[in-house]
Ligand binder design. Structure first.
Ligand SMILES: [Mg+2]
Ligand SMILES: [Zn+2]
Length: 245
């Protein structure tokens, strides 16, 4: 199969897919566990991105600094085999691999973590929620899809802040690149929408024991999934698959 693939696109979800933790939850677990508990209690009532933005304001109100948040992100679990697998795949000239990140976290968390792992140049694009530090050290986070503007049209169940399926299709159009194969690495329920849009020559690397596995299972049984499915639990298995591409 590898001999017929000249250009491929690897799409990564970030939390629990490329990284071995959830960045939105991790910083509060490290810096203010009571706020982590509060988020868990409010999760059903407040849209997730809004809830993280609100909790970041609360954290800032307690005097937690930008340096402390960045420090927590830099030590977030990230499997060395994932860093190695991605780096080796990117270095290969055949097939040529482009990397795209589609994440419901935010640009500051992702770029801080990638930099700490020496992976800051891996992605062609990082499509996620916008965020920036204000001069006082507050991380200001917003939804990618502005709640006051037109909303995305997704019917599969993506969160209002972003439809990963629409974002994947927009990326493919934007780049005018015909990829012989798309490989999607994901674990969460919001990864289902892009996975349903993959073709028969494409592949999902689905993490075991998380929401996507259960969702994919029923679609697969009903024959509604076009792409190939490979399962993994540890990052070393993603590296193993990457080495065979
Ligand atoms: Mg995830
Ligand atoms: Zn969607």
């Amino acid at each position: 199969m590898a001999s017929t693939v000249e250009r491929q696109l690897v799409v990564f979800d970030f939390d629990w897919s490329m990284a071995d933790q959830d960045s939105d939850r991790w910083i509060f677990e490290v810096l203010a566990p009571d706020l982590r508990r509060k988020m868990k209690n409010l999760k059903k009532d407040i849209q997730w991105t809004d809830l993280v933005a609100q909790t970041l304001r609360e954290l800032h109100g307690r005097g937690v600094t930008q340096e402390q948040i960045e420090g927590a992100l830099r030590k977030m679990p990230f499997h060395p085999a994932m860093a190695r697998g991605v780096t080796n795949l990117k270095a290969k000239s055949s097939p040529k691999t482009t990397f795209l990140c589609l994440s419901n976290a935010n640009i500051v968390f992702i770029t801080t973590i990638l930099k700490a792992q020496g992976l800051e140049t891996v992605f062609e694009e990082i499509v996620t929620n916008p965020a920036e530090w204000d001069p006082s050290g507050l991380l200001k986070l917003r939804r990618r899809v502005d709640p006051n503007g037109p909303q995305h049209q997704c019917k599969v169940g993506c969160s209002p802040n972003m439809c990963k399926g629409e974002e994947l299709e927009a990326f493919l159009e934007r780049h005018h690149l015909a990829f012989d194969r798309v490989i999607y690495v994901g674990d969460g329920s919001n990864d289902l929408c892009p996975v349903l849009r993959l073709r028969s020559q494409d592949m999902v690397l689905c993490r075991r024991h998380r929401a996507l596995e259960k969702l994919i299972g029923s679609y697969e049984e009903e024959g509604r999934l076009k792409c190939q499915v490979r399962y993994w639990a540890g990052a070393w298995e993603v590296e193993e698959i990457f080495n065979q591409l």
